[in-house]
Structure formats: structure tokens, C-alpha cells
Design a protein around this ligand. Sequence first.
Ligand SMILES: [Cu+2]
Length: 263
Amino acid sequence: MRLRPSGIVAFLFALFIIPVNAYAHFGMLVPSNDIVEKQQDTLLSVNIMFAHPFEGQLMNMEKPEVVGVFSNGKKNLLTPSLRALRLKMYADTTFTRSWQVYHTIKRPGDHIFFMQPKPYWEPAEDSYIVHYTKVIVNAFGKEDGWDAEIGLKTEIIPLTRPYGLYTGNVFQGIVKVDGEPRPFAKVEVEYFNRDGTSSASKAPFVTQVVKADKNGVFTYALPKAGWWGFAALSTDSRTVLQDGEHKSVEIGAVLWIKAENFK
Ligand SMILES: [Cu+2]
């Protein structure tokens, strides 16, 4: 059957309005507490996930390659104590494999938890995704290292202290790739819509997008109490060989911070 010209126009138009599945992915590290001040709070659990945090969907996650905590100038590997966990976010219909690690805070100071996942194959992007993820926990009032660079392939170094943040505060960080500031890096920002009570009237509200300046510095003001994720994205120089084809790898420097309401 031949299409009349008007039919062709309608068909072409339809091609352009098919919504793109633009959900942003985020590596996630969510600790049970980000400011430890009492002895009974020193045992932390950290949930390790790969998700669409606003949309409330988890992706199945392979065992992370490296999980650790950096404090007092030293890296402590936690990979051996990783345990698999089946979790569900608000929009999930099934439980999905995630990970968890326990760590007891023994000394005052900043504790930078970090995670390097296995490359995740995303068919929709014809690319692998590796999100180097961090979250910072402060203990017993000693603020001594939240701005440390721990040497990840790509990393967000906070310029704003990443805890004790009020809703509405501005947060700034510097995006680095291979230890160098990345000018004009694209940073995706998403709210962890934990209980599903937040909603977006239109798609661009789900994932906020800011770009770093020429020094790799980005700025964002936190509009709501809760956990916020920042993912600074770039393309790795390495590729992964899959079925004889070289596939690109999206690398993300991810940082999670928590805002609380001023009372
Ligand atoms: Cu996904």
C-alpha cells in the first residue's frame, strides 16, 4: 500500500515524537548515616546499587570490582565483606540484586566510601557504563579529609563540605578525569525519590543537567531535603570487546550528598 504525502509526513513526525528512554543511570552508595556522633551509630551499613533514582528502578548489579573506605589518609578495602542483597525501589515489580557492606567507624574523621562497579552493558546506549561512586561520612566532629582526592579514574572532588548541608544550599565540586580537571563536563543531577512521593510533571524535571565551567567546577542548589546524586559523565579511552566489536565505555564520577531542612 502506498502512503499519500500527508501520510508520509504524519509517519515521519511520529518517528520524532517517540519518546527516548532518557532515564539517567546512577551508581549509588547510600549509608545508614552520613554524620556519626554517637557510639551506637558507629556500625554503618552502606547500600550499593545501580539505579534510576528518581524513577525508582534498580538495575541488576554484578558484584562490584572494588569497594572501600578512605580515612586518615589510608584506603581500606571492603570488597571481601560485600554481601548480595535483593532490593526493590518504589517502581520495581521484582527484587533486584544489589549489594551491601557493613563498616564500623573506629576513629573520628571523614570517611570516603568508594565503589568501582563491573562495566554494565546498556543496549539502549550501545555502550558500557562504569560509575565510580563516592559518599562521605563524617564521624565525631573531626572534619579532615572530605576534599581529599582518592585517585579514582574519574572523580568529583567536593569544594563544598559534602555533609551538614541545608536544603537550598549551593553545592560545588570539581570534575576530574585521570587526575585532571575536566572543563565543561556534563553533570547529571538526580534526587533519590526513595518513597516515590516526588513526581515530575515533564521529563526534563527528572534529571537536572549542569555543565562544569572551564576549570571543571560545577554548581547546583539543592531544592529538597534528602539524598542527591551527581554524575559527571565522559567517555573512557578504553573500549570493551564484545562479540568482536569494540564498545565504548561511559565513565561517570558519581557523588551522593544529603540535604536536611533548616528548622
Ligand atoms: Cu537502566
